[in-house]
Design a protein. Structure first.
Lengths: 190, 190
DNA sequence: ATTGACTGTTTAACACTGTTAAGTCAACAT
DNA sequence: ATGTTGACTTAACAGTGTTAAACAGTCAAT
């Protein structure tokens, strides 16, 4: 069972190299052959460790989302948490080149338990007194906004267009604040 | 100058066929060769009419955005206009298969006049009394939200995940309402 | 010690992709 | 009749994700 021969390649090293390649070459340059070359190996070897490129992108997307969830500062109200989450998301998208485009095009894993996954997403908000339905809807909204914004911002020519007449950071903050504080209307009490 | 030989191919027919192909095969199946085949022509012939695939996608994106702008019902307040715009956007994205992903990946045209373009985007809101800076920021926010939401929703496995416990239409509406009504805070007077 | 299984990788190949260069053929102007 | 130009074809390049088959190596059992 436990083999002693060092395989020299595993999922983690693979994903790590993929991120390094992404940083250097962008999403277009992230090809299986180049990734293999960087790992000193032939392309088909990668398929021993992952099913296809989609799975690789999925793993990378997970590694982009995870720190966003983890990096939300402690919050006393679910609205503060959502704002923190939004900013954390945007920050993570910005740290990895083409991060938003990657997350937008990465397929979600398909073997997971649905209810479990949803519960995990909604957990931080549920802990702050929000029912799961609203929690999911709000999180989905914030993710959509951050993802859409980052895609928008990452669109080269579009960026140059708006850069002269729009402060991206400030405008994102305005939009996020508006979105979250607007949730109050959809929420009884509080 | 005016040739009488029917060229049989022009930009409009090209874009039209591209949309038909998109509907049938999805964004992945939208290749230059397949598009050419559908037009009864060889692939390189397309390059007589467009510079590259990016330009084709850009034209298609324009044809997706345009009816969204045109389809916003008359509004007395900029907030009503923004809500109408958001819904129109989502409707257009939904009309064309992979519409959101297409718009997210299509490059913006690069020869246009920046100020002019921005002015045109902000015009409907400016007419309702909003200064151009805020108008651009708000429109960008609504586009980002709708785009991100549609990308989110179009992500197959993710959709199946959330479909059981999330009403996409209703949740989008909640988010959009929240976003737009939240803009009031960023706005003096009104 | 030899066999057999299993892991991890290689080589070769398939069916594609976007795109360019060069050639072709009709319609027009001179 | 000649040349120009518009619109297209054929051939090709360099690259893509992915699969099948072959091949080392290392392990467990015989």
């Amino acid at each position: 069972m436990a083999r002693s021969a060092a395989p020299a390649l595993d999922r983690d090293r693979l994903v790590g190299a993929a991120f390094a390649l992404l940083e250097e070459e962008g999403l277009e340059g992230l090809s299986m052959r180049r990734l293999a070359a960087r790992l000193g190996v032939q392309a088909p070897a990668l398929y021993w460790h992952i099913a296809d490129k989609g799975e690789l992108l999925g793993l990378m997307a997970q590694d982009i989302y995870a720190p966003a969830y983890a990096g939300v500062p402690h919050a006393a109200h679910w609205r503060d948490w959502l704002r923190g989450f939004g900013h954390a998301l945007r920050a993570t998208f910005a740290t990895h080149r083409d991060g938003a485009r990657l997350c937008a095009s990465a397929p979600a894993p398909r073997d997971r338990d649905v209810a479990d996954h949803a519960a995990r997403i909604a957990a931080p908000l549920a802990a702050l007194g929000l029912d799961q339905g609203r929690a999911l809807a709000f999180v989905a909204s914030v993710i959509s906004f951050a993802l859409g914004w980052a895609s928008f911002e990452a669109n080269g020519p579009m960026h140059d267009y708006l850069d002269e007449m729009l402060d991206f950071d400030e405008s994102f903050d305005i939009g996020l604040k508006a979105l979250v504080s607007g949730f109050a209307d959809a929420c009884p009490g509080r």
